[in-house]
Design a protein around this ligand. Structure first.
Ligand code: NDP
Length: 246
């Protein structure tokens, strides 16, 4: 399915490498102007070159998501420059350490929660009014299968992703009567730096390249998406609903 995102403004966090990089590139190829965030300036500049080569356009915003005030300023800057935001891809995340819960260092646990959960909430708070100014605001937030599988030794990361999915479901409930649609996404194991850190013995060639995953994320931010508050499983190619019946 070819998605036309001409005249859309899209914000992508974690755009310096991995899934975020290729999602930003795909969004730009589909016509969106991409606001690309991450700490690594070199990665963002590589992305900018790739986007320009593909005939697209981007604005680079290098900053650390642990800087909550910077997230607030980002929302204000987007409002001043574009007056709206059409697409949010909250993709940035960190793994922390793989170890028994009782062995996780406090500073690691706090950092994972800060970057994966608190920054995601802060980002939602910062850009929600801008997404509401779009005719068809769309947000996707990257989660992980471990939020449900509760795989031993993945404690901080798994807990952070479960928290993010809950935030998305609540946000979706609060905005259900608006044109905004917000969903979580489980990309499945993907050939990136984070996956190599998490599963060092694995042959990366056995995993999908992040560009393959990115191509499957673009339809999730199109005007046609009707689902909200769901989890999209990239490998299965479908939305699922983990909500308990009330
Ligand atoms: P990578 O580690 O390859 O990329 C992570 C991105 O997040 C980088 O661009 C990094 O940029 C950015 N980032 C990390 N910390 C910060 C920070 N403090 N401030 C700003 N940006 C930050 O990860 P993936 O591409 O693999 O993962 C992308 C998303 O997909 C994550 O949310 C991950 O949890 C999820 N996911 C990935 C899976 C996989 O198998 N790869 C499986 C399931 C979920 P920089 O370092 O330049 O700041």
């Amino acid at each position: 399915m070819s998605v036309n995102l001409k005249d859309k403004i899209a914000l992508v966090t974690g755009a310096s490498r991995g899934i975020g990089y290729f999602t930003a590139l795909e969004l730009a190829k589909a016509g969106a102007h991409v606001i690309a965030c991450a700490r690594t300036v070199g990665g963002l500049e590589d992305l900018d070159d790739a986007i320009k080569a593909a005939g697209g356009s981007a604005t680079l915003v290098p900053f650390d998501l642990a800087d909550m005030a910077a997230i607030d300023r980002l929302g204000a800057s987007i409002f001043e420059r574009w007056g709206k935001l059409d697409i949010l891809v909250a993709n940035a995340g960190m793994l922390g350490t793989i170890s028994p819960i009782g062995h996780v260092e406090a500073k690691v646990f706090e950092k994972v929660m800060n970057v994966n959960v608190t920054a995601t909430w802060r980002l939602i708070r910062s850009v929600e009014p801008l997404l509401m100014r779009s005719e068809a605001g769309r947000a996707i937030v990257l989660s992980s299968g471990v939020a449900h599988s509760c795989r031993p030794f993945w404690g901080p990361y798994a807990a952070s992703k479960a928290a993010v999915e809950v935030l998305v479901r609540i946000w979706a409930g609060e905005t259900q009567r608006t044109t905004l649609r917000v969903n979580s996404v489980n990309p499945g194991p993907t050939r990136t730096a984070m996956r190599a850190l998490a599963v060092p013995g694995e042959d990366p060639v056995t995993l999908p390249h992040p560009s393959e995953v990115a191509a499957k994320l673009i339809p999730l931010v199109s005007d046609e998406v009707a689902e909200t508050g769901k989890l999209y499983l990239v490998r299965e190619g479908k939305f699922v609903d983990y909500r308990e019946p009330e």
